[in-house]
Design a protein around this ligand. Structure first.
Ligand code: MV4
Length: 501
């Protein structure tokens, strides 16, 4: 087993990985940018190294600096978390060449699953159901036209190097095809440096169902059931849950076996996620493999009792999987809400600044994976995720109720967050009924305005400025309710924050 692991990430995921390492008796090294000197992940690790200026391109994406840091400090392995370098095959190759273990898949498998067209080809050959569409990249517009004709409108333009929605657009008729393809190519070029796009049949109002998979370096593969991630806003997931309301045991078993086959065909190892689209007739199609530990992995941990980060580290160290498919079970129901530093009253614009006060929700079946503390600064440079709230209960109804109560119990002062918005999403009759498709937010929350009371907002603002005057000194510090007088608990009772109701 490793003695020291470097975590090439920040925020809640770096903190979560550090905790797993410490549970396993492994020493941890955080890396940080100049904007993150006092961030929670830096405080949580055994050692920490600055790897450059605030912009990610100069720090968390700087392969040379990270390799240099790992060598200097004697880390045997690097955990990339999600985002940043997590799915960068060049980085994985660099680790392989320099004898540092990358905690994730091998570079060849990562390259394959990162290329949508190549992986569609591989999956079709293996008999995996894929969305009808093009099997190669074309150059002439005339060829795209005949392919669109063959597939039938509406079609979707997708970037071969893409994933996660970038460069994607729906085209309803031949007259829009040329401009749509050209726009897709431009977007793909600027986002991925590769303008290759292809066409697929557009699946209307699909559900997004993904399967968690673990594969060791000895050919053993298990799946850990599904997560339903249909509740999204502009391709950003907001709520995830397991089990999915759309699957029955038979379909679940079939999709699970298909997910394992996808992993085997790709020569993939370590933790991965196989994404599927499920259409209205419950037909499923392979979409892509996410070659990383995902944001929503705690949902799976709750319902299976398996610690996915422990498993990742164990697999990366070369050990065999000790869990077998037969012993894995889905128990109860888990839901995750992502807490973003965004202003739902202002078109979800990022909301940077100082967190004056944090009260974490807690209680039985409540997990809070958190990257912040009272008094910390939220820089503008990175993904605005602050924390994740995950709950577990025996069934979905109780899980929803537990989530609403936990969101009610959650206080973040000083910046805008999505907490209040999430409460309304979970409480929505359509969500409660399990009717979640990818158009849920568009359909029911396009006009959301919350129910913030001006009077309450004023009190909160006053309290926030009181905290501000207490927290001028730089550096990590914990402010408690006693730091301000009178106590907000005495003054406000069950006060509400984060744009809540
Ligand atoms: C699709 C689709 C409909 N038809 N492909 C969005 C993210 C990317 N991974 C794939 N995505 C989609 N691909 C076809 N042929 C609809 C989506 C889609 C979507 C998928 C999952 C979750 C949310 C979504 C929201 C809009 C569109």
């Amino acid at each position: 087993m490793f003695k020291k692991i470097l975590i090439a990430n920040r925020g809640e995921i770096a903190v979560r990985i550090i905790k797993a390492c410490h549970e396993m008796g492994i020493s941890t090294v955080a890396v940080f940018s100049e904007a993150d000197r006092n961030s929670l992940h830096v405080i949580s690790a055994d050692e920490a190294l600055c790897i450059g200026p605030a912009p990610a391109i100069d720090s968390y994406l700087n392969i040379d600096r990270i390799m240099e840091a790992a060598k200097k400090i004697g880390a045997e392995a690097i955990h990339p978390g999600y985002g940043f370098l997590a799915e960068n095959a060049d980085f994985v190759k660099r680790c392989e060449e320099e004898g540092i273990v990358f905690i994730g898949p091998n570079s060849k498998a990562m390259q394959l699953v990162g290329d949508k067209v190549r992986s569609r080809q591989a999956m079709e050959k293996a008999g995996i159901p894929i969305i009808p569409g093009m099997m190669g990249i074309l150059s002439a517009m005339a060829e795209y036209k005949s392919e669109a004709q063959r597939i039938g409108f509406p079609v979707m333009v997708k970037a071969s190097a893409g994933g996660g929605g970038k460069g994607m657009r729906i085209i309803h008729s031949m007259k829009d095809l040329e401009t749509g393809i050209e726009a897709g190519q431009r977007e793909a070029k600027s986002a991925f440096g590769d303008e290759s796009v292809y066409l697929e049949k557009y699946i209307e109002e699909p559900r997004h169902v993904e399967f968690q998979v673990l594969a060791d370096n000895h050919g053993h593969v298990v799946h850990l059931f599904e997560r339903e991630c249909s509740i999204q806003r502009r391709h950003q997931k907001i709520v995830e849950e397991s089990p999915s309301q759309a699957l029955d045991p038979e379909l679940r078993a079939k999709m699970g076996e298909t997910a394992k086959k996808v992993i085997q065909v790709s020569g993939y190892n370590n933790a991965g996620t196989v994404e599927f689209l499920l259409d209205k007739n419950k037909k499923f199609f392979f979409l892509e493999v996410n070659a990383r530990l995902q944001v929503e992995h705690p949902v799976t941990e709750f319902i299976t009792g398996v610690d996915l980060v422990h498993q990742q580290i164990t697999i990366a160290s070369g050990e065999k999987l000790t869990i077998s498919q037969d012993e894995l079970e889905q128990k109860g129901h888990a839901i995750e809400c992502r807490i973003y530093a965004e202003d739902p009253f202002n078109n979800f614009l990022p909301s940077a600044g100082k967190v004056f006060f944090l009260k974490e929700p807690s209680g039985p079946g409540v997990r809070h994976d958190c990257g912040i503390y009272s008094g910390c600064d939220i820089p503008i440079f990175y993904d605005p995720i602050l924390a994740k709230l995950i709950v577990w209960a025996e069934n979905r109804e109780m899980s929803c109720q537990r989530m609403i109560n936990a969101l009610d119990d959650y206080v973040i002062l000083g910046i805008q967050t999505t907490i209040g918005f999430l409460k309304d999403v979970i409480a929505h009759p359509q969500f409660q009924a399990g009717e979640t498709t990818t158009s849920f937010i568009e359909k029911y929350f396009a006009q959301w305005g919350g129910k913030e009371k001006p009077e309450e907002a004023r009190m909160i603002a006053a309290l926030a400025s009181a905290f501000d005057s207490q927290s001028k000194s730089f550096g990590p510090q914990v402010l408690t309710a006693r730091d301000v007088a009178p106590s907000p608990w005495q003054t406000l009772g069950k006060w509400r924050l984060g744009g809540g109701n």
